[in-house]
Ligand binder design. Structure first.
Ligand code: ZN
Ligand code: ZN
Ligand code: FE
Length: 763
C-alpha cells in the first residue's frame, strides 16, 4: 500500500480532466481526491503500489484530448485508509488557470451515439460532450460557464442535468450539453429566408444539394456555402454568384479514405485531416480521382483544400448525400468576412443560396476554418483559426507584464501575452473591411475578459495607416497603456524565432508582399540580423518603383514594367499585352518617381517575373501570379540559376543590395527566345534560393551566426522553402521555418508579442 500527492501542470482545467482522473482512480480501485488549485491540479491517491504506479503513468498517456500536460510530479505521503475517491471543490482562493478550449470536432464516443438507434441522442445534430463540440464560438463572456455562452437560453432537461452534474459522466460540466428534448434544433429556410415545413430539414437540404442547388449551412464559426463538388453547373453558379473568379474552394469529404480518393495523401497529411482540429488541408490532386470533383472547384490548381466533417450536422449531411464531396466555402460575397449573424445571413446571401439549413444556437465569435499543409513532412500552417484558437502558443520567454499585440492589416490575428503563453486569436481577416474591424475590436475585448489580461503595453506595426495601429494608439491615449511600434519584418523574424523556441541572435530571411520600412520605403525582400530586442537590416532586394501603390498588387504588369525599366530593357515586351496608353502612363510614373514609392518587395518580384513570362498581367486576388508561377515550376526542374549581382559586402554599414537586373534581363531573353514558362519559372525559383544562400552565408559568416529563420508570406511557397532550405543547409547553416503559426501576416502578432516582451520595461 502507498499514498502519493500528485501535481499536474499544463492545460488541465476546463478540459474534462477531473472526471477523467475520477474514472481512472475508480477503474484502478484507488482512494483519495482530485482538486483544482491555482494553475495546477492536485491529486492524492492511495492503494496497491502497482495500481498507484499505473495511475501516474496513465494520467499522462490517456489524458483527455483537450488537455496539454506539461508535467506530472509526485511525492510520497503516509497512508490514511480512506474509503472512496472524490472530486473536491476547488481550493479556497484558488485562481483557476484560464484556458479556453478551441472548438473541437465531434469525438468518437459522440459519433457512436449519433448513429446508435438505441441512444437518446440518435441522429441529434447537436450532440457533444466534454471532449468535443463548440467552445470559443459560443462564448459571450468570462468566466466560461453555460450562462455566458449562447446555450444560455436552453434550459437543461432532467436527463442532461444529471449527466452534467455526474463527475463520472463524459458530460460532467460540458457547458454546451444538449439533447433533442432540450437543445437547439435545425430549421430549413427557402431562398427568401422563410421556414419550410418539414420534419426532416437535414434530409430535405441534402436532397436539394444533391439535385445541384447551392445551399447555405450554418456551422460552428459562421455560415458555409455548399454544393455538390462533382456538379460542374452548381460549382459554376456558386462561383458566378459569389463573384469569386479563381480563388479555390475547399471541399468536405466523408473520411480520410474518401480524401484518398480525391488527393494523394501522406501519413502526416492524414493525421492533420483526422485530428480534432479538423483543418482544411491542402493536398495534391490525383490525376484520376475516384470521387468526382469539378475542375471549377480549384481551377488550374495542383492542390485541393480538403476537410472532414467536424460537427454532427456535417456527419449527418455527408451520410444523407451518400458521401459525395461537397464544396464548403465561407459564406460571403467576394472578399467580405464570413457571415455569422442569423439576422444578416439571408440578406447578405440572397441571390447566392437557394436554400438554408440553420439552427437556433447563436454564433457569438466569427471563426473561419483553419488551413494548413505539409511541406517536407512537417506542418506549415496557412491560416490558424477554428480548432486552433485560442489554444496558447508556448513562448520562449516570460512576459514582463500582460501584453497585447494587435498584428497587421491583412490576415490579421492579435495575441495576448501572459506568463509564458501567447493566446493567439482566430483569423480576423483584412481590417480594411469595416465588418472585420468591428469584429477585431469586439474580440480583443472578449479575449482580454476571458484570459483576464489587462495589457500594460500594446504592441503594433509601425505602419501609421494600419487599422490595428490606429486602434493601439486610441487605446494608448484612452487608457494610458504603453505603446510599442515594431518594424514589420522584425516582427516576422521574431515570430519565426518564437515559433521555434529560439533565443539569442539569428539571420532572418523575411520575404513578403509589403511592410512599412524604417526608411519610408516599402520593404519586402529583407535579410535581417538580430533577436527579439534589436535588428539590423543586413541586405535587401534592389529598390524599384511600386507603380501606383496598391494598384500594383492587382496588376502585376505594373511590376513587370518597373523591373524591365530598372534593368534597362524598355517596355516593348509588354506592348500588345497592355493597353498602349496605360503602359505609357505607368512608364512615365516610373521614370519620374511619381506615385511609385521605392520597394524591395519579394512578392512583387515574383509577380513581375510571372507577368514578364506572360503568365498573368492582372490578378483577382493578391499573390495569384506568384502562386501560379510556383505551380508552373512544378518540382523546379534542373535548369541553372539566372545571373544576379550582389552590391556591397556583409561587413559594411550600408545594407548589401541584391541586384535583380541581370536576372530580369535573362528572363526577358528567355521569353523572347520562346523558352517554356515552366522552364523560366523553375530557373527563377533556383535563382532566388541561390541569391539568398550567397547573401545569407556571407552575413552569417561575418556575424558568426549559423541559425537562419525564414518567414514572410513568400515562404508559403513550397518550392522556394524547400530550395532555400537545401541551399542554406548545403552552406552549413541551420534553417528554421514556421510550424505553429503561418509565415504570412497571420503570424505577425506572435512576433510583435515576443519583441514587446524583450523591449518592455516598467509598468
Ligand atoms: Zn464528444
Ligand atoms: Zn436534454
Ligand atoms: Fe508581412
Amino acid at each position: 500500500m502507498q499514498r502519493r500527492a500528485v501535481t499536474v501542470r499544463g492545460i488541465v482545467q476546463g478540459v474534462g480532466f477531473r472526471p477523467f482522473v475520477y474514472q481512472l482512480a475508480a477503474e484502478l480501485g484507488l482512494r483519495g481526491y482530485v482538486q483544482n488549485q491555482t494553475g495546477t491540479v492536485r491529486i492524492e491517491v492511495e492503494g496497491e503500489s502497482a495500481a498507484v504506479e499505473a495511475f501516474c503513468e496513465r494520467l499522462r498517456r490517456e489524458a483527455p484530448v483537450l488537455a496539454q500536460i506539461e508535467s506530472v510530479a509526485w511525492e510520497p505521503l503516509s497512508v490514511r485508509g480512506e474509503a472512496d475517491f472524490r472530486i473536491d471543490a476547488s481550493a479556497a482562493g484558488a485562481a483557476p488557470a484560464i484556458f479556453i478550449s478551441p472548438d473541437v470536432a465531434t469525438c468518437d464516443d459522440c459519433l457512436r451515439e449519433l448513429f446508435d438507434p438505441r441512444d437518446r441522442r440518435h441522429r441529434y445534430p447537436f450532440i457533444n460532450c466534454t471532449n468535443c463540440g463548440p467552445r470559443l464560438t459560443i462564448i459571450t463572456g468570462a468566466p466560461y460557464d453555460r450562462e455566458r455562452t449562447t446555450m444560455r437560453g436552453f434550459a437543461m432537461c432532467g436527463a442532461c442535468r444529471s449527466e452534467y452534474e455526474d463527475p463520472a459522466d463524459r458530460r460532467f460540466h460540458a457547458q454546451p450539453v444538449a439533447c433533442p428534448a432540450c437543445g437547439p434544433r435545425l430549421t430549413l429556410l427557402d431562398e427568401r429566408g422563410l421556414p419550410i415545413d418539414t420534419d426532416d430539414p437535414l434530409r430535405r437540404f441534402a436532397e436539394r444539394i444533391a439535385s445541384g442547388q447551392v445551399g447555405a449551412l450554418k456551422g460552428l464559426g459562421g455560415y458555409h456555402l455548399t454544393c455538390d463538388a462533382g456538379h460542374a453547373a452548381a460549382v459554376g453558379a456558386l462561383r458566378a454568384r459569389k463573384h469569386r473568379e479563381d480563388k479555390p474552394f475547399a471541399v468536405m469529404v466523408a473520411d480520410a479514405g474518401a480524401a484518398g480518393g480525391v488527393c494523394a495523401l501522406c501519413e502526416a497529411e492524414r493525421e492533420l485531416l483526422v485530428s480534432p482540429r479538423r483543418p482544411i488541408v491542402l493536398l495534391r490532386k490525383l490525376s484520376s480521382p475516384r470521387l468526382a470533383v469539378a475542375d471549377a472547384v480549384a481551377p488550374g490548381n495542383p492542390l485541393l483544400g480538403v476537410m472532414l466533417p467536424y460537427t454532427p450536422v456535417h456527419h449527418l449531411l455527408m451520410e444523407a448525400v451518400g458521401g459525395r464531396p461537397l464544396v464548403m466555402t465561407s459564406a460571403n460575397r467576394s472578399d467580405e468576412p464570413i457571415v455569422f449573424e442569423d439576422e444578416q445571413a439571408v440578406g447578405r446571401l440572397s441571390g447566392i443560396a437557394e436554400v438554408y439549413l440553420v439552427h437556433d444556437r447563436a454564433i457569438h465569435v466569427r471563426c473561419d476554418d483553419s488551413v494548413t499543409r505539409v511541406v517536407g513532412g512537417v506542418e506549415l500552417p496557412v491560416r490558424r483559426s477554428r480548432g486552433d484558437a485560442p489554444r496558447p502558443v508556448p513562448m520562449p520567454m516570460a512576459m514582463p507584464a500582460p501584453l497585447l499585440a494587435v498584428g497587421g492589416q491583412l490576415k490579421n490575428t492579435f495575441a495576448l501575452g501572459r506568463e509564458r503563453h501567447a493566446f493567439l486569436s482566430h483569423h480576423m481577416g483584412d481590417l480594411d473591411d469595416y465588418e472585420a474591424y468591428r469584429a477585431f475590436e469586439k474580440d480583443v475585448g472578449l479575449y482580454e475578459a476571458l484570459f483576464e489580461v489587462r495589457p500594460a503595453c500594446i504592441v503594433h506595426d509601425e505602419h501609421p495607416a494600419y487599422a490595428s495601429t490606429g486602434y493601439a494608439r486610441r487605446r494608448g491615449e484612452g487608457e494610458g497603456a504603453a505603446l510599442l511600434g515594431v518594424q514589420h519584418h522584425h516582427a516576422h523574424l521574431a515570430s519565426c524565432m518564437a515559433d521555434n523556441g529560439l533565443d539569442g541572435r539569428v539571420v532572418g530571411v523575411t520575404f513578403d508582399g509589403t511592410g512599412y520600412g524604417a526608411d519610408a520605403a516599402v520593404w519586402g525582400g529583407e535579410v535581417l540580423v538580430g533577436g527579439y530586442a534589436r535588428y539590423r537590416r543586413a541586405a535587401h532586394l534592389r529598390y524599384v518603383g511600386l507603380a501606383g501603390g496598391d494598384a500594383a498588387i492587382h496588376e502585376p504588369w505594373r511590376m513587370a514594367a518597373a523591373h524591365l525599366l530598372d534593368a534597362g530593357c524598355g517596355l516593348s515586351m509588354l506592348e500588345g499585352r497592355i493597353d498602349a496608353e496605360r503602359l505609357a502612363v505607368v512608364g512615365r510614373m516610373l521614370e519620374r518617381g511619381l506615385n511609385a514609392p521605392p520597394t524591395s518587395s519579394a512578392g512583387r518580384l515574383f509577380d513581375a517575373v510571372a507577368a514578364i513570362a506572360g503568365l498573368r498581367q492582372t490578378v483577382t486576388y493578391e499573390g495569384q501570379a506568384a502562386i501560379e508561377l510556383e505551380w508552373r515550376a512544378g518540382d523546379g526542374g534542373s535548369g541553372e540559376p539566372y545571373p544576379f549581382a550582389v552590391d556591397g559586402a556583409a561587413g559594411e554599414e550600408r545594407p548589401v543590395v541584391m541586384d535583380t537586373r541581370p536576372l530580369i534581363r535573362a528572363v526577358r531573353d528567355d521569353v523572347a527566345g520562346g523558352v517554356a514558362v515552366s522552364e523560366i519559372a523553375g530557373r527563377f525559383h533556383r535563382t532566388m534560393a541561390r541569391m539568398i544562400r550567397d547573401v545569407v552565408a556571407a552575413v552569417a559568416a561575418h556575424e558568426g551566426l549559423d541559425r537562419v529563420v525564414v518567414s514572410g508570406g513568400v515562404f508559403m511557397n513550397r518550392l522556394l522553402t524547400e530550395r532555400v532550405t537545401d541551399e542554406l543547409g548545403g552552406a552549413g547553416l541551420r534553417v528554421y521555418r514556421h510550424r505553429q503559426v503561418p509565415p504570412n501576416d497571420g503570424g505577425l502578432s506572435l512576433g510583435q508579442l515576443a519583441v514587446g516582451a524583450a523591449r518592455f520595461v516598467g509598468g
